[in-house]
Every structure is written in C-alpha cells, then in structure tokens.
Design a protein around this ligand. Structure first.
Ligand SMILES: [Zn+2]
Length: 234
C-alpha cells in the first residue's frame, strides 16, 4: 500500500515538474517574442496563423464541431498574392501563444482596412472559397469548439479588437505603432506606450460567467491552459 502510494506520489510530482518546466519554457519564449521584434519576425517564418475577417475567425465544420485551421507564413503569402493584396499586412498580425514545441501562433484580421464594404464582402467570400472554411462569429461557434481553440480564439479576437480600437494616441491624436508581437502600441510623438488590458471571464458552469482575473497583456502568459474561458479587452 505504501509502496503504491510512494510510486503514485513520485509520478504525480514528476508530472507537476514536467508541466511546470513546459510552462516556464513557453513563458520565457513568449516573453522574448514580445520584447524582441527581430525574434518575433523570425518566429513568423516557422509559426502558424489563425485568420479572422472583421473579428470573425476562420473555421471549418467537422461533424458536430468547428475546427480552427492554422496557416503557415508561406500559405498566407500565397493567399494574399492570389487575392492581389499586399503581403505587408502580415505585419498587422498579433502573437497569441505558442505550442510546447515553440511553434509561435499569430492571429491576423484580413477584413480590416478594406476600402469599401462591397469590395470587402466580395473578398471575404473569395477568401472563404480559397481557405475552404467560413468566417463565423465567435460567440455563435464557441460551444462547438474544443477548449483550447475556444480560449485561443477568444484571446486573439480580444487582442485584434483592442488594436483596432487603439490606432490613435488619446493624448496627441497621432497614429500609434504596434510592436511586432502586438503586445503594445507606441505613440512616436510623445512616446506613450499603450498595453492591452485583459479581463478574463471564466465559464464556471453552463453559461454562468464569473470575472476572475484582470491583468495586462504583457503578463498574460500566465493564462491558465485549462478550463474554457472568455476574454474581453477594454
Ligand atoms: Zn501621443
């Protein structure tokens, strides 16, 4: 009995240690990408992109649930080229996380900055055909996504929304510039730095939401990886 208990405890502490070390490695890596534009740009080469259109994520229907497809930088460049768009807009993407193997994940909204709405909706259906998926409002698809995708896409949507809403400095009115990872925006004229404020709403049971955390995006690598939750940025 005690032998069994000892083995179980050792196994449990080994598992805890492994989880912790993975967590620390990922946190360090994400911190580096948020601080170093060159490292972040390099990470895009081997990273994966989740695509949005006007804040609606690209999803693929599979049986009774939705899957969030990832695209490589090369695939993304090919798509933008095919649609006659500037690949420069890939720089609008924001870092949203990474895998255990340090594959960095980014989110990019392809629907923003469209010159006309007719043009935008035309492009949207063209993109959907090309990407073999649909841009679906996240709140409508949330319960048909797995926990990991739901939380990742919620983070991504909130961060993309925040960047869209903070294009200009509230003090000087000048355009702000995001860093490569999208963990902050800076106003070049008075050097004010804006950080996304993240509020996390944890879904405890059913549709009941409870506000749990409130922290700055730069600390948000502390995001727990378990349990479904929703995120709002203000
Ligand atoms: Zn300013």
């Amino acid at each position: 009995m005690s032998l069994f208990c000892g083995t179980a405890c050792r196994r449990k502490s080994f598992l805890c240690y492994r989880l912790l070390s993975t967590f620390v490695t990922k946190t360090r890596y994400l911190f580096e990408l948020k601080e170093d534009d060159d490292a972040c740009k390099k990470a895009q080469q081997t990273g994966a992109f989740y695509l949005f259109h006007s804040l609606a994520p690209l999803l693929q229907k599979s049986e009774h649930q939705y899957l969030a497809p990832k695209h490589s930088l090369l695939e993304l460049e090919r798509l933008l080229g095919k649609l006659g768009q500037d690949t420069q807009r890939i720089e609008d993407s924001v870092l949203i996380g990474c895998s255990e193997q340090q594959e960095a994940w980014f989110a990019l909204d392809l629907g923003l900055n469209s010159s006309s709405s007719i043009n935008a909706s035309l492009q949207k259906s063209e993109m959907e055909k090309e990407l073999k998926g649909s841009f679906i409002e996240l709140r409508k698809a949330l319960f048909q996504l797995n926990v990991k995708d739901a939380s990742l896409l919620s983070t991504a949507q909130a961060l993309l929304h925040w960047h869209g809403a903070h294009q200009f400095c509230s003090r000087s009115g000048q355009p702000t510039k995001k860093n490569m990872a999208g963990s902050k925006r800076m106003c070049p004229s008075n050097e004010i730095i804006y950080y996304p404020q993240v509020k996390v709403w944890k879904r405890l049971s059913g549709e009941k939401l409870q506000k749990r955390w409130d922290w700055r995006w730069k600390d948000s690598t502390l995001l727990p990886s378990t349990g479904p939750f929703l995120i709002a940025l203000s």
